[in-house]
Design a protein around this ligand. Structure first.
Ligand code: NAD
Length: 292
């Protein structure tokens, strides 16, 4: 029997690459339900799988902020079970905190946090009843340490860490493995899709000049990191595969070795060394081994 996989956010980026890789598996190990909010965007996925997908791929509409849409997608799974659930959909929000509207902050939390939790809620009872399953969540190093001008995004990703850790403890008793795949910068549509305050925006007129100067530096840092250190989705997909193929998957996987030292520093030096180190990296352009 094929392993039934459902992935959220498959119209681009990591979700698309993972869906393509699993649906094109030479041994046809997987049946992939690639879900996306807007089915009009399915062409890119279809082009990427070409003819390989006849009995290994189905594309379903699913908006993770819409409970009914999650239930409708679940009902369309022919096998009536999911072996591997991949919660991947997410959006970014970048800019000085004081200009973020309540609506845009709500949206980020609704997609990244509640969207992930609601997706898990919809599939959890069946997984528990089967006494087996995998839940993989696309995490972010921004869910492990803070990043300036990303307060709400980081809050949403930190919150996912808490939700997943809590669930993982319980779900051990149901033979369900929860894994977070912690990504640093990855070449995807993330930067295009994120809500970002641009330097010339009228919304920034109310912001003090010191913040704007730092914001400009942050944006430069961010674009140089994405140019020089971002991973390709294929590298991230390999880590997902490790987790999927392991008989006893780890709780956390880091897609790049740049991740763990920062998190370690944060835990071992509670005086806040991490905060000043990160500030130097981002605002003084000091290169260090950790950048994300
Ligand atoms: P992406 O923008 O290419 O993909 C995100 C996908 O989520 C898109 O296809 C988008 O349409 C989808 N999405 C947004 N709102 C949705 C909704 N309401 N319902 C269903 N789908 C929705 O970017 P990506 O980098 O592939 O992002 C995937 C995940 O990786 C996200 O959770 C993101 O936070 C995380 N991540 C990305 C990076 C990076 O640098 N690219 C770094 C760390 C973590």
């Amino acid at each position: 029997d094929k392993k039934v996989v459902l992935i959220t956010g498959c119209s681009s980026g990591i979700g698309l690459s993972l869906a393509v890789r699993l649906a094109s598996d030479p041994d046809k190990t997987f049946k992939v339900y690639a879900t996306m909010r807007n089915l009009a965007k399915k062409e890119r996925l279809l082009e990427s799988v070409k003819d390989l997908h006849r009995d290994t791929l189905d594309i379903l509409q699913m908006d993770v902020t819409d409970w009914q849409s999650i239930l409708d997608a679940r009902d369309r799974v022919v096998e009536k079970r999911i072996d591997i659930l991949v919660c991947n959909a997410g959006v970014g929000l970048v800019g000085p905190l004081e200009v973020q509207s309540l609506d845009s902050m709500r949206h980020i939390l609704e997609v990244n946090l509640l969207g992930t939790i609601q997706t898990i809620q919809a599939f959890l009872p069946k997984m528990k009843a089967q006494n087996q399953g995998r839940i993989l969540v696309t995490g972010s190093t921004g869910g492990l340490h803070g990043l300036p001008f990303n307060e709400v995004y980081c809050a949403s990703k930190f919150a996912i860490e808490g939700a997943c850790e809590s669930l993982a403890i319980l779900l051990q008793h149901f033979n369900i493995h929860v894994s977070l795949i912690e990504c640093g910068p990855v070449h995807t549509d993330f930067l295009v899709n994120l809500q970002k305050a641009e330097l010339g925006d009228t919304s920034l007129q109310q912001v003090d000049t010191q913040t704007l100067k730092l914001y400009e530096k942050y944006l430069q840092h961010c674009s140089s990191i994405f140019q020089n250190a971002a991973q390709d989705t294929e590298d991230v997909v390999k880590v997902f595969l490790d987790a999927i193929q392991s008989p006893s998957p780890a709780f956390r996987y880091f897609t790049s070795s740049a991740g763990p030292p920062v998190t370690k520093l944060k835990v071992t030096e509670p005086d806040g060394s991490y905060i000043s180190a990160m500030s130097k990296v981002i605002f003084s352009g000091e290169e260090q081994q950790f950048c994300s």
